[in-house]
Write a protein that binds this ligand. Structure first.
Ligand code: ZN
Ligand code: ZN
Length: 239
């Protein structure tokens, strides 16, 4: 997750001041250093893509005597920063009103390193997926009446996140495609339709989703006309 997005979350969603965000960033920078010391393979907390790994980090720090001492000496500023970052990663408050997540649409650099989620369960465990599903109130964005079942992980309706422009097209685009504006919350049936359905059954749906998202995508530096978008979709192998 990008550091800038966390700062925007603190300021635009939580309505805190920049100075507060700075305190959190200082805490998270320190935590990143501790992570390296205790043997994490990441350089920074922002490189963690998986939500369960983030919770694991919280546990590891809780059991680390040196960190506990440091945190107590710092009036718990380090654990406070971490807890805020976990709330951000859960998507807390992003469902308070509609379209809040659009406040965080911005161009993000391509980070090949952070996208290693290969299995189905890893893809579901991602921080960005939590945030997108929470902001969409766990409703299918093709039809909010689509019903699923309760997820054992979060006790919400089971939904999946879909990249409107598939990530295999990243080489054609200079800003990251792995961003909020390119992710859609879908029920599993709609999701599988977009991947495995017939072109005539899904091309209109895909175009409609693009029409709904194109301005948000522009804010994220993903500027495409409809023709260009359709070319990317064709080339990605979706049809
Ligand atoms: Zn998908
Ligand atoms: Zn659906």
């Amino acid at each position: 997750m990008e550091e800038d997005l966390f700062v925007d979350y603190i300021i635009k969603i939580r309505n805190n001041k920049m100075i507060t965000a700075k305190h959190y960033l200082d805490s998270l920078n320190k935590i990143s250093k501790v992570m390296v010391e205790i043997g994490y393979e990441f350089d920074s907390i922002y490189d963690i893509d998986s939500f369960s790994q983030l919770l694991q980090l919280k546990d590891d720090l809780k059991n680390n005597v040196a960190f506990k001492k440091l945190d107590e000496k710092g009036h718990r500023m380090y654990s406070a920063g971490l807890n805020r970052y976990i709330e951000f990663s859960e998507g807390k408050l992003l469902d308070e009103s509609d379209n809040l997540l659009t406040l965080l649409d911005e161009p993000c650099p391509v980070r090949p390193k952070s996208f290693r989620s290969e299995t189905e369960s890893e893809r579901r465990d991602r921080i960005i997926v939590n945030q997108v599903l929470q902001a969409a109130h766990y409703q299918c964005e093709i039809d909010s009446d689509h019903k699923t079942f309760k997820s054992k992980t979060n006790h919400h309706s089971y939904m999946e996140a879909h990249h409107l422009i598939p990530l295999n097209m990243q080489k054609e685009v200079s800003n990251s495609l792995d961003v909020y504006s390119n992710l859609i919350c879908l029920c599993p049936t709609c999701h599988m339709l977009l991947h495995h359905g017939m072109k005539e059954d899904k091309s209109k749906i895909i175009e409609n989703l693009f029409d709904e998202r194109k301005y948000r995508m522009q804010d994220a530096g993903l500027r495409f006309g409809k023709h260009e978008f359709n070319e990317l979709i064709e080339e990605s192998g979706v049809y």
